[in-house]
Design a protein around this ligand. Structure first.
Ligand code: GLU
Ligand code: MG
Length: 448
C-alpha cells in the first residue's frame, strides 16, 4: 500500500482527522498549517497549499531578514508560493491523536523548486553527489537541556535562572534523572511510535542535559527526522509542563550539540569510506576529510547560524574551536569513528540550533569539494589541536563574512542561498548588537 492509500484508509476509518503540513524554514523550524484530512486528500495532495513567500525569508519573530534575489515578499505584496506535500514523510503524531504530519517542499507558482528552501538545498547536494555515483547517509545527534518550569513559567522568568531537571551533570548517569524520566520516556516511545528508529538515549554532561540517538538514514530522510524530532520534543515537553531547549548554550554549563555522523556508499549500496590507509580509511575518505577541513571556516555559518552558537564553540568544553581532524578524537572538529563498513565522519561543529538540512548540505558540499579538487589533507591530531590549527570563526559576523566570500559556497549552493543566509545572519547580529544584556547590567549598573 502506498502512503496515500494508507492515509485514505485511515481517514475513511476515522483514525485520522487532521493533517499538519509543515515546511522546514530558514530559522531551522517547522512552520505550517493544519488541514482537515478530507480537504488534504481532495485538494492539497494534488494542488498543494498556497502559503506566503515570506515563510522562507523570516527570522523567529517573523521579520523578513533572509533577502535574496529569489523571493521578494515585500516587492510582490507578500504573495503565495506552493507547499507541496511529500507523502514519503508522513508520520502520525502520537501526542496529538487523530493527526498526522507531512513535510512540504516549497515551489514557485510555475512549479519550479524554491532554491532557498532548506529541503531543496540538501536535495541539491544529494543529487550532485549522485553524479559521482555516491549516496550519503547521516545520523543527526541532538542534545537538549530540560528544566522543571513550564514554557509559560520560563517565559515569565525571562528564560533566566530556570531549574535544571537534574541536580548535577548526568553524563551516562543512571540515577538522579527522575524529574525528567516521564518526559524522556514519552519522547523515546512516542517518537518511535511516529516511526523514528530509536537506537540509544542517555543523560549528558550538563545539569538536565539529555541525548536521544536515532538510527542513521539517507541524508534527506535523516534531516527530515531531525526536524520532526526537534519540533516533537518541544510539543511533548509543553504537554508535560516542562521546558526543554536545544539552544547551543543556555548558561555556562556544557552546550547542546547537533553532531552529524556522515558516511557514503556507492550507488549499489557498498560502503566506500574504508580502505587500506593508516586509519583504515580509503583514498576517497581522505579526499572527503580534506574537503571538510578546506571548507570548514567558509561553511561554519551552516553549522552555527545564531549569535548563541558561537558561545558554545569556545575553549574549555567538548565543542571544537579549530579546524582539525583526528581518529576517535572528541577534541577535534572532525572525528573519525567506527571501522570497516561503519567507518564515518563525526562533524562536531553544529550546535543544537543548526538547521539539519543546511548543516548536512554543508558537509556534503565540502565532501564534494574534496572529491573534485583533491586539496591536501593536514596531519591528524591527537588530543587537543595545537596553536597551528586555524581557528573557527569566533562570531556570527565572522562566519557570515566567510560564507559571503566563499567561492565554493557560491558555486555549490548558489547565490540565492548564500545571500539569504548571510542576510539573515547580519540581521541577527545587528539585533544582538543593539540589545543590552544581563552581563552588562551586572557589571555596569552599580559598580561603574
Ligand atoms: N555537549 C558537547 C557539545 O556541545 C558534546 C558532548 C558529546 O561529545 O556528546 O559539543
Ligand atoms: Mg552527546
Amino acid at each position: 500500500m502506498t502512503a496515500l492509500q494508507r492515509l485514505r484508509a485511515d481517514v475513511d476509518a476515522g483514525r485520522v482527522e487532521e493533517v499538519v503540513l509543515a515546511l522546514p524554514d530558514l530559522a531551522g523550524r517547522l512552520q505550517g498549517t493544519r488541514l482537515s484530512a478530507r480537504h488534504f486528500l481532495d485538494s492539497t495532495v494534488t494542488d498543494g497549499f498556497g502559503a506566503c513567500t515570506y515563510l522562507l525569508t523570516t527570522d523567529v519573530d517573523m521579520a523578513v531578514t533572509a533577502r535574496s534575489g529569489e523571493l521578494d515578499p515585500e516587492g510582490t505584496g507578500f504573495g503565495d508560493m506552493v507547499l507541496a506535500p511529500d507523502l514519503a514523510t508522513l508520520r502520525p503524531l502520537p501526542w496529538d491523536p487523530g493527526t498526522v504530519l507531512v513535510l512540504a517542499d516549497a515551489r514557485h507558482p510555475d512549479g519550479g523548486p524554491v532554491q532557498v528552501a532548506p529541503r531543496q538545498v540538501l536535495r541539491a547536494q544529494v543529487e550532485a553527489l549522485a553524479g559521482h555515483g555516491l549516496v550519503p547517509y547521516a545520523g543527526v545527534e541532538l542534545e537538549f537541556r530540560v528544566f522543571t518550569e513550564s514554557y509559560a513559567q520560563a517565559h515569565a522568568a525571562g528564560w533566566a535562572r530556570l531549574t535544571p531537571a537534574t541536580r548535577t551533570g548526568v553524563d551516562y548517569a543512571l540515577v538522579g534523572l527522575e524529574r525528567m524520566d516521564a518526559l524522556t520516556r514519552r519522547l523515546r516511545r512516542e517518537t518511535a511510535a511516529a516511526g523514528l528508529v530509536l537506537e540509544s538515549a542517555r543523560g549528558e554532561c550538563a545539569p538536565g542535559q539529555y541525548e536521544i540517538v536515532f538510527r542513521y538514514d539517507r541524508a534527506l530522510a535523516a534531516a527530515d527526522a531531525a526536524a520532526f524530532y526537534r519540533t516533537a520534543a518541544r510539543q511533548v515537553a509543553a504537554q508535560e509542563g516542562m521546558a526543554l531547549t536545544f539552544m547551543p548554550k543556555y548558561d555556562d554549563a556544557e552546550g547542546n550539540s547537533c553532531h552529524l555522523h556522515v558516511s557514503l556508499r556507492g550507488a549499489d549500496g557498498t560502503p566506500v569510506l574504508a580502505g587500506d590507509g593508516a586509519h583504515g580509511e580509503s583514498a576517497l575518505l581522505r579526499r572527503v576529510l580534506a574537503g571538510q577541513l578546506a571548507c570548514l571556516r567558509e561553511l561554519t555559518l551552516l553549522f552555527a547560524p545564531t549569535v548563541n552558537a558561537y558561545k558554545r564553540l569556545r575553549p574549555g568544553a567538548f565543542a571544537p574551536t579549530s579546524v582539525a581532524w583526528g581518529p576517535d578524537n572528541r577534541l577535534a572538529a572532525l572525528r573519525l569513528v567506527g571501522s570497516g563498513a561503519s567507518l564515518r565522519l563525526e562533524h562536531r561543529v553544529p550546535g543544537g540550533d543548526a538547521d539539519p538540512y543546511l548543516a548536512l548540505a554543508g558537509v556534503l558540499l565540502a565532501a564534494r569539494h574534496g572529491i573534485e579538487e583533491d586539496p591536501p589533507l593536514p596531519a591528524p591530531v591527537r588530543g587537543a589541536p595545537g596553536p597551528g590549527a586555524a581557528a573557527l570563526p569566533a562570531s556570527l559576523g565572522e562566519a557570515a563574512d566567510a560564507l559571503d566570500g566563499s567561492a565554493v559556497a557560491r558555486k555549490g549552493l548558489g547565490d540565492a542561498v548564500v545571500d539569504a543566509l548571510v542576510a539573515a545572519a547580519r540581521a541577527e547580529e545587528a539585533g544582538y548588537a543593539g540589545t543590552v544584556s544581563e552581563w552588562e547590567r551586572a557589571r555596569g549598573f552599580e559598580r561603574r
